[in-house]
Design a protein around this ligand. Structure first.
Ligand SMILES: Cc1cc2nc3c(=O)[nH]c(=O)nc-3n(C[C@H](O)[C@H](O)[C@H](O)COP(=O)(O)OP(=O)(O)OC[C@H]3O[C@@H](n4cnc5c(N)ncnc54)[C@H](O)[C@@H]3O)c2cc1C
Length: 426
């Protein structure tokens, strides 16, 4: 099977790119020339995984089928996992995939391409900590769903347990850890509202962070506000605490042991080990090294998003964020549009940091907006920050569903929530 453009990975960046190229080429040309490959059959925007994990977002409702998205946006889609790359013959190998019973779903296949875009994201970085298998991660929708099921079971057990408490520890005080803790508090409060007083149980939530403050990548004022907001909700925030090992029921840390019924690892990211075996230049974190045109070390192969190590000014790399994947997808859309028309692409990719917003649940958020009027930075909080946070999600939907589709979907979800409540308990 041959396609002019093959995009591997239909996440925050790859899906936007495939959808925009497909729409540009139209019904007749699109599916023939642009192919998206993903190891999953449905797309979920990764920044919502902490909500799926807490049960405050239903992944079955949130997930969008790649087959439907492909038909609507006129690109081709095939299920598969990247296993090998031959950049000399412009060929890639997709491994066989099996269902839960071990039955073959799709066989091993070979595809040829003229231009390839790698957009396969990243996974967790355990920094060699022993006992990693005892922690939950939030790498894919399936991980978040697994945690949600176990959390709901733990909530139920705790309501009938003698000590009436549940200990959850989140390793990592970055945006993911902070947002997850806010969602877990909401899930707990909503659960308590339906229980008899004698079944009410305590949620002992702890964030463990090795750095001196949480949200270390954001201004100090934002870290301090987030810490106060979390502590007001009885979350224990332990900074300057290094996790040395994970055990089934506890964490061994530089400040002593912390008992835990559930442990979530949200302390760092790393690209897949397999990336180093594709014959492209990679970093220690297994990211594909790209230049300011997002070209990898092989001709015709580009990389974007979390799996790409892209220079950003002096000695820095573009951060692994959805907004970076979105900007890189837009840049490659321009490049590939020119190449598909047999024209030479121009320009260099320049990452523009618009700041970061962190959701604190209950219609609250905090963050900073960068490079506003006169290049000044703004501090935002409360409902405005939360709305701006939600608008990032809507922008992603707009890129893959169009304005009308995004409006209908947002309205449908709002109405559905009104009727069935926020928490997914089944
Ligand atoms: C809980 C959480 C909250 C976050 N919140 C924010 C936020 O608020 N703001 C922000 O900017 N960023 C946030 N991020 C980071 C953001 O999600 C990522 O930076 C972004 O999703 C990266 O986009 P991507 O396209 O590179 O990869 P992804 O969105 O991860 O997509 C990768 C895709 O590749 C597919 N894939 C992987 N390996 C293979 C393979 N071998 N073969 C085929 N397909 C493959 C996957 O199925 C997936 O669809 C958050 C992340 C998490 C986990």
């Amino acid at each position: 099977m041959h396609h002019d453009v093959v995009v591997v990975g239909g996440g925050a960046g790859g899906l936007e790119l495939a959808a925009r190229l497909g729409r540009k080429l139209g019904r007749r040309e699109g599916p023939r020339r642009v192919l998206l490959v993903d190891r999953s059959v449905f797309h979920i925007w990764k920044p919502t995984l902490h909500e799926v994990a807490a049960g405050t977002l239903d992944s079955h409702q949130e997930g969008l089928s790649y087959t439907v998205l492909a038909r609507r946006n006129h690109f081709g889609f095939t299920l598969g996992e990247l296993r090998g790359l031959d950049t000399t013959n412009r060929t890639l190998k997709l491994g066989a995939m099996h269902d839960e019973q071990g039955k073959l779903l799709v066989p091993e296949r070979t595809l040829t391409y003229r231009w390839l875009v790698l957009a396969i994201g990243s996974g967790s970085n355990f920094f060699g900590t022993p006992g990693a298998e005892h922690a939950y991660v939030l790498e894919q929708a399936a991980d978040a769903e697994r945690f949600r099921r176990h959390l709901q079971a733990a909530f139920t057990r705790s309501a009938f347990a003698a000590d009436k408490r549940l200990g959850v520890v989140i390793v990592g005080g970055g945006a993911t850890g902070v947002e997850l803790s806010a969602e877990l508090i909401e899930a707990h409060q909503e659960t308590l509202a339906s229980l008899d007083t004698e079944n009410a149980f305590r949620l002992d939530l702890t964030i463990v962070e090795a750095a001196p403050r949480i949200l270390a990548g954001l201004p100090e004022r934002i870290s301090a506000q987030a810490k106060t907001a979390l502590e007001r909700k009885q979350v224990r925030v332990l900074t300057g605490t290094r996790v040395e090992a994970l055990q089934p029921d506890r964490l061994v840390t530089s400040q002593g042991d912390i008992p835990a019924d559930l442990i979530v690892w949200a302390a760092g990211i790393k690209a897949a080990e397999a990336n180093a075996g594709f014959g492209l230049t990679t970093t220690k974190a297994n990211q594909f090294v790209v230049n300011d045109k997002l070209e990898t070390s092989a001709a015709g192969v580009y990389a974007l998003g979390d799996c790409a190590a892209c220079p950003w000014g002096e000695g820095r790399l573009v951060p692994a964020r959805a907004q970076a994947a979105h900007q890189q997808a837009s840049f490659l859309y321009g490049t590939l549009s020119q190449l598909l028309r047999e024209r030479a692409p121009g320009g260099q990719f320049r990452y523009k940091d618009f700041g970061s917003l962190v959701s604190l649940g209950e219609n609250k958020g905090i963050g900073n907006l960068m490079g506003g009027l006169g290049g000044r930075n703004f501090f935002v909080e409360g409902l405005i920050a939360k709305w701006m946070y939600m608008s990032l999600h809507l922008m992603h939907h707009r890129a893959i569903l169009g304005v009308g589709g995004t409006f209908v979907l947002a309205l449908a979800r709002l109405l559905q929530r009104r009727v069935s409540g926020r928490l997914k308990l089944h």
